[in-house]
Structure formats: structure tokens, C-alpha cells
Design a protein around this ligand. Structure first.
Ligand code: PLP
Length: 385
């Protein structure tokens, strides 16, 4: 079967690999197969590649290499950050977070509650902005950890990290930021943020899947989740995913080099796309448009339509996008994010996330703009007909 070409606007789900990343990974998958823990020179040459990658990832976020622990991705980094920080600080039994986190955070919070922790999930306004006064009242000297995302994966809405982090830090809480949707897309400097822990994932910035990193600020105590051979300074046992780590390093170096230019170009395409859609289709609403948002994400609610039906028709045109809603027991459940924002059901149920990357072109965006109105009219006709 020949490979079909797609217009891929689902880059918040995952991104294509950069060719330079594939090239850098190949030797590790073939000739350079040694175990980096081996004493022989062969092993040590692979160790050197891992340490270069650690430097590259540290440089991406303005950190020190020894503050970087490689993991299997965003989900593991988040689990290590939250569970590891709490295990290292067992006296405090309160966690503060938000209602719009990724499930990797929310599921951990549910388990913590079952284990007797008190957990506050702070709400957001209609634009996705976190209720800062509720955040301020929730944090107390009992708070062990504050955990929140930098950009929301569904809407792209950005959090004011220093403002939330400062409140938590004033009470001596450990601060974890889920930066999976911003690391590699925006420039981040750990020196500027009062943050202890930061989760990253390579596949969101043109690196491989199944590899990520946790930034752990010096002197922040974290207990490991996975123990074994003592790798990653005993914070993450197990023989390293050498090819993945090297690929992540190269992806980080390229992101650091190019992200300003990519941001400029992609934000122009995204903004024009949104203006065009909302001008042509008066029933379309850009969700979170009034809030600061990451430049590649556009979540558009098409009032009165069903997201799944839109996605299927887009897919027939070779266009990949996604929706935050899940179809459960025959009824469309709007995403927890849009629900927390108070987006009306009729808009939330027709919400589609378009997420762009450096590989998208204006011609692709134009093709989507060309296809969208007819496709939506077909659905409207079905609904009224
Ligand atoms: N956090 C956010 C905000 C995400 O968007 C994702 C992935 O979609 C994750 C965490 C999980 O990352 P990973 O897929 O690397 O486990």
C-alpha cells in the first residue's frame, strides 16, 4: 500500500522527527550499541553521547546538565516529579493544582487523594486563565507541592508561571511545571523561574517518542520511582534509551537554534487561519482567544456541530486534527478543559484543535481553509435536514 500524504495539524499530539534527529540516532541503533555503564572505551563513547545530550537539553531550558534526568517521556517525568517530591517530603499532605491539567497530572492527583492527601484543583475563567485569588487562598504552609502546566495542550492557553510559582514558593512548597507543550517551542530559562521541577517530552519538539526529561533544581529532593542499576544519579534506574536520549539532545539543540524564527512564522500562519475561519464562519469561536496562548495552537468551537463528525470529514480530505472530547456511551462528553472554562456545551461539542509545527506550510493551511466551509455546511445541512 502506498503511503498517503496528510496535512498534519495535530502537532500537540506528536510531531514528525527532524531528519538530523534520525541521522544522529541511527548509529546508536546499529554500531554504537554498547551499554553506557560499561567500563570499556566502547561503553564510555556511548556515555559521552548521553552526556552531550544532557548538556543540549539543559541548554534548551537554561539549566545545568546535572539538573537533567532522562525518563521515558512527559508522563513519567510528571509522575516522578509529583510522587518523587511528595515522597521526599512526607510531612506536608496538601497539593495544589488546576482543573485543566493533562491526565498525566490529574490521574496522579486522584491517586494521591485516595491515599489521604488533600488536593485543590483551582478553576479557570472563560478564557482559560487560572483564578489567581483562589490559587493564593489555597496555598498554605501545609502545601507540599504546587503543580501546573505552562501551556494547555487543548487550547494553548499559557499560564503566568512566575506569578503562580512565587505564591507557592513563599510557603515553602515545591513547584512543578508541566512544560511538555512549551519546551522546544518557546525559550525557557530556569534562572528566571522560581520552579523546582519541570517536565519535558522529546516527541513534542521533533524528537523521538518514549523519551523525556525532568529538570530537578539543585537541592530539590526527589525520591526515585524506578530503582535498579543506579542510572541517572539513582533517580531513574534502567539501562538508558541511548538512541532516544541522543535524538532528544539533537532535537533540543535545533529547537534552541530555530524556535524564535519558527514562532514568528507559525504564529503568523495560525493568526491568519483564525481570522479567516472566524470571518467566513460566524458560528466559529476561537476558544481562549483573549488569553496569552502558545503560537501554534488553535482550538475552534463550531457551534451546533459534533467534533467527531468534523474530524471524520477532515480526515477524508487527508487533514489531521483532533478534539478534546471523548465519545462515551453514545453521548459526546466535552473535554474537562472546556468544561472547566465554562464553554457552552453547544460550542464545546464542536471544538476542534488545530496544532501547527515548523513543517506546516501556508499552502496546507490554505487547503484547510478551502475545504472547511463546504465540509461544515454539509454537516449543518445534515443536522437541519
Ligand atoms: N503533559 C502535557 C501538557 C501533554 O500535552 C502531554 C502529551 O500529550 C503529556 C503531558 C504527556 O507526555 P508524553 O506523551 O511524553 O507522556
Amino acid at each position: 500500500m502506498g503511503e498517503r500524504s496528510y496535512i498534519y495539524l495535530d502537532n500537540n499530539a506528536t510531531t514528525p522527527l527532524l531528519p538530523e534527529v534520525v541521522e544522529a540516532m541511527m548509529p546508536l541503533l546499529t554500531s554504537q550499541f554498547a551499554n553506557p555503564s560499561s567500563i570499556h572505551q566502547f561503553g564510555q563513547s556511548v556515555r559521552h553521547r548521553i552526556e552531550c545530550a544532557r548538556q543540549q537539553v539543559a541548554d534548551l531550558i537554561g539549566a545545568e546538565p546535572r539538573e537533567i534526568v532522562f525518563t521515558s517521556g512527559g508522563t513519567e517525568s510528571i509522575n516522578l516529579a509529583i510522587r518523587g517530591a511528595l515522597a521526599a517530603n512526607p510531612r506536608r499532605r496538601h497539593v495544589v493544582s488546576t482543573a485543566v491539567e493533562h491526565s498525566a497530572v490529574l490521574r496522579v492527583l486522584d491517586e494521591l487523594e485516595d491515599a489521604g492527601y488533600r488536593v485543590d484543583r483551582i478553576g479557570v475563567d472563560r478564557e482559560g486563565g487560572i483564578d489567581e485569588s483562589a490559587w493564593r487562598s489555597a496555598v498554605t504552609p501545609e502545601t507540599a507541592l504546587a503543580t501546573f502546566q505552562h501551556a494547555n495542550n487543548e487550547t494553548g492557553v499559557l499560564t503566568d508561571v512566575p506569578r503562580l510559582a512565587n505564591v507557592a514558593a513563599e510557603h515553602g512548597a515545591v513547584v512543578h511545571v508541566d512544560a511538555v507543550q512549551t519546551a522546544g517551542k518557546m525559550s525557557l530559562h530556569m534562572a528566571d523561574w522560581p520552579v523546582n521541577l519541570l517536565s519535558l517530552s522529546a516527541h513534542k519538539f521533533h524528537g523521538p517518542k518514549g523519551v523525556g526529561a525532568l529538570y530537578i533544581r539543585r537541592r530539590t529532593r526527589v525520591a526515585p520511582l524506578v530503582v535498579g542499576g543506579g542510572q541517572e544519579r539513582k533517580l531513574r534506574g534502567g539501562t538508558e534509551n541511548t538512541a532516544g536520549i541522543v535524538g532528544m539532545g539533537v532535537a533540543a539543540a535545533i529547537a534552541r537554534r530555530d524556535s524564535a524564527e519558527v514562532a514568528e512564522r507559525v504564529s503568523r500562519m495560525r493568526d491568519a487561519f483564525e481570522s479567516d475561519v472566524t470571518t467566513r464562519l460566524p458560528f466559529a469561536e476561537v476558544i481562549g482567544r483573549g488569553a496569552p496562548r502558545i503560537y501554534n495552537t488553535s482550538n475552534i468551537g463550531f457551534e451546533g456541530l459534533a467534533a467527531e463528525a468534523i474530524l471524520i470529514l477532515l480526515s477524508e480530505h487527508g487533514i489531521c486534527a483532533s478534539s478534546g472530547s471523548a465519545c462515551s456511551s453514545g453521548s459526546l462528553e466535552p473535554s474537562h478543559v472546556l468544561r472547566a472554562m465554562g464553554v457552552e456545551e453547544s460550542i464545546a461539542q464542536g471544538a476542534i484543535r488545530f496544532s501547527l509545527s515548523r513543517f506546516n506550510t501556508q499552502a496546507e493551511v490554505d487547503e484547510v481553509l478551502g475545504a472547511l466551509p463546504n465540509l461544515l455546511r454539509r454537516l449543518q445541512a445534515l443536522r437541519t435536514g
